[in-house]
Design a protein around this ligand. Structure first.
Ligand code: MEV
Length: 295
């Protein structure tokens, strides 16, 4: 039995605008997808993770196996503690874990770059035309800044901080949300450009705030970023409800993370105890706390 992992993520700044060329900052979280492989006489997929979409998962498996020129057949089992609730990069984490499981099975000794490249082929089955940020953070973890044109660089985080992650329980495929933003852009190119420029500026200031450990500013920038996401139509009522509860409970900032249309929201806490208080404040919504650092 071969086993391998891919990490989940949150996007702190710049989701959606990254699809249109802006930079974005993503942070790896400790929750992960784990793939176990066993040679078999047919390709089979099974999982104990709620909410996977078998049809898309099957397509992703075919894409990854095709890209890696794998002819043998396997039982593929997905497990782990990364929920498939939208926004946490679970599809990319699955694809990365799958590539690494094949890598381990055949002792291919793939570089991280190759793992990312093959995983991206799988990710296309889920998201159509992804920017590439999710599979990069699922491969490398840590904290990264990414643009479609220039790729990624690791960024530094002065001091660890805590995020509360709230799960709306409503899932909208990222592909659908990305298409929605495309339509918004087409309806008013000028206004979209204005919002895009503000997103670029938020990422620029956010990078500095992370490097200097200016938690108050990180929170303010999260709020600013959320107002842009609201404007382009990716925050729905459930997102707004969770974000309001987070802010009422004293979060330093809160926003949708990832594709939106439900999925997940993140809130910046003052410390770990406060992060748990934030989670209590969003009941009946579920969630969890994650520590963010550079590694
Ligand atoms: C999804 O985690 C992030 C989006 O920006 C889509 C993408 O970058 O491919 C919404």
């Amino acid at each position: 039995m071969n086993e391998a992992v891919g990490h989940g993520k949150v996007i702190l700044f710049g989701e959606h605008f990254v699809v249109h060329g802006s930079p974005a900052i993503a942070l790896g979280i400790s929750s992960k997808a784990i793939v176990e492989l066993e040679k078999s006489d047919s390709i089979q997929f099974a999982t104990d993770v709620q909410g996977t979409i078998p049809e898309l998962t099957g397509k992703a498996i075919a894409n990854v196996m095709g890209a890696m020129s794998i002819q043998d057949k396997f039982k593929i089992f997905l497990t782990g503690d990364l929920p498939t609730c939208g926004g946490l990069g679970s599809s990319a984490a699955f694809c990365v874990a799958l590539v690494r499981a094949f890598d381990g099975y055949y002792n291919m000794k793939l570089s991280q770059e190759e793992v990312n490249k093959f995983a991206f082929e799988g990710e296309k089955a889920f998201h159509g035309n992804p920017s590439g940020i999710d599979n990069i953070i699922a491969t490398y973890g840590g904290a990264i800044e990414y643009t479609k044109q220039k790729g990624f660089k690791q960024i530094s985080i002065e001091k660890p901080f805590y995020l509360a992650i709230g799960i709306t329980g409503c899932y909208s495929p990222t592909k659908k949300m990305v298409e929605k933003v495309h339509r918004f852009k087409e309806s008013d190119e000028g206004y979209f450009q204005e919002l895009y420029d503000r997103a670029v500026d938020i990422v620029k200031r956010g990078r500095k705030a992370l490097a200097t450990g200016d938690v108050k500013l990180i929170g303010e920038l999260m709020n600013e970023n959320h107002s842009l996401l609201k404007e382009i139509g990716v925050s729905v009522d459930l997102n707004e409800e969770i974000i309001r509860k987070f802010l009422d409970a004293g979060a330093l900032g809160a926003k949708v993370t990832g594709g939106g249309g439900g999925g997940c929201c993140i809130a910046l806490a003052k410390d770990v105890d406060h992060a748990h208080k934030l989670l209590k404040a969003i009941k009946p919504f579920d969630g969890f706390v994650t520590e963010v650092n550079s590694t």
